[in-house]
Write a protein that binds this ligand. Sequence first.
Ligand code: SF4
Ligand code: SF4
Ligand SMILES: [Zn+2]
Length: 454
Amino acid sequence: MQDTEKILGTAESLCPECLKRIPARKVAVGRDVFLAKTCPEHGEFRTIIWRGPPDYQTWAAAEQPAAPQICATTVDKGCPFDCGLCPEHRQHTCCVLLEVTRRCNLGCPVCFAAAGGGGDDPDIGTIEGWYRLLLASGGPFNIQLSGGEPTLRDDLPEIIALGRLLGFGFFQLNTNGLRLAADGRYAKRLKQAGLSCVFLQFDGLDDGVYEKVRGTALLDIKKAAITRCAELELGVMLVPTLVPGVNTDEIGGIIDFAISRMPTVRGVHFQPVSYFGRYPQTPADNDRFTLPQLMQALAAQTGGKMQVSDFRPSSGRHACCSFHANYLVSAAGELKPWMSEAVKSCCQPQLATGGASKARAFVARRWSAAGSARTDGEECCPGIVTDSLDAFLHDIDSRSLCISAMAFQDCRNIELGRLRDCPLHVLHPAGRLIPFCAYNLTDNRGEPLYRPPR
Ligand code: SF4
Ligand code: SF4
Ligand SMILES: [Zn+2]
């Protein structure tokens, strides 16, 4: 250990080679923090997890887990090998990701799902079984329709309509936008079926970025998809995957673009690249873009309109998984941060005490089209007096910009404590709920822990 190093604490992690559970240390070098671990068989591994500021220890102290309502598995081999959820899991399910197809119409070099190629899609009877299983597991939850590229399914509107019929109230579509741009009739059917919001892959404003990250030029298609959503009054979250050296200098431009497309664009959800799926090679520390680096880049690339101090850990999950901020955008383009004290994100800790519907309603409202997802009894900004609550809420809806980020974990930087606090779950075809980062986990050779083989 170098003189300047300081051990901040310990964690449980996995060996990237054999995926065995091994102890890890959090090692600070100045304001940077590394996860260091040793497998008796495969040696030492060390990965950057935080490039401050803000200060890691202050940030990481915010944590309010709660136990899941219903467990489908027992504790047997220990975390992360008992996912179901098992009784050791410390957080409720908030959002469930359904993989409705493994097919894709792009071949992105960066892909969480390692999607593409063929394979049969689950039929709608199977998906009805999934919905019923979720209802029996404490649902309805917010649903993310994912894949592969879900819009390759012609019957996606029927899948949404069925879920609505069974009582699911929020449907988010994770998409590359190709079909939304090309097929207006299909997009309209999705809207009519009850689609709430579009999570649109949006990696930058330069086609060179798309060529590197997605394998082809896509900017015009992305813009056309957003225009389509505007026509249909579908809310859009832009979702950039951030790859150091490729598009980390696009962050300010993406924010400006998001503002220019409000209120259709509701916000930006950044995802620093993680190394699973089609990225099994060992990355250098400079290939990682940690959450504090992203906060610093947001401040620098918006010319100080955003400040690092605006950002907070998102509630209902481990503090080191994500951050968020909400802004009111003035006509002159000024940003004013605001935060409801009652509801700071979806996946709230008060899920344990009956606040689940409020938390889910919050995300539905923030990410759906302006004015379309209003529910009774929601909290609004404290300290703001208005004669007309309705007018005020509509104003907030149409001028609000949500900025958030999630730092997914891979086999090198995984902390099982973070995983146990995860509220974002994938429904495994075998009927088990698996935290997203466990579902997508692969070893150094790209072998998955949970994701079913093609
Ligand atoms: S991630 Fe959660 S459900 Fe999976 S084994 Fe760990 S505690 Fe259990
Ligand atoms: S998906 Fe991964 S990064 Fe996100 S909350 Fe779950 S464990 Fe954390
Ligand atoms: Zn090992």
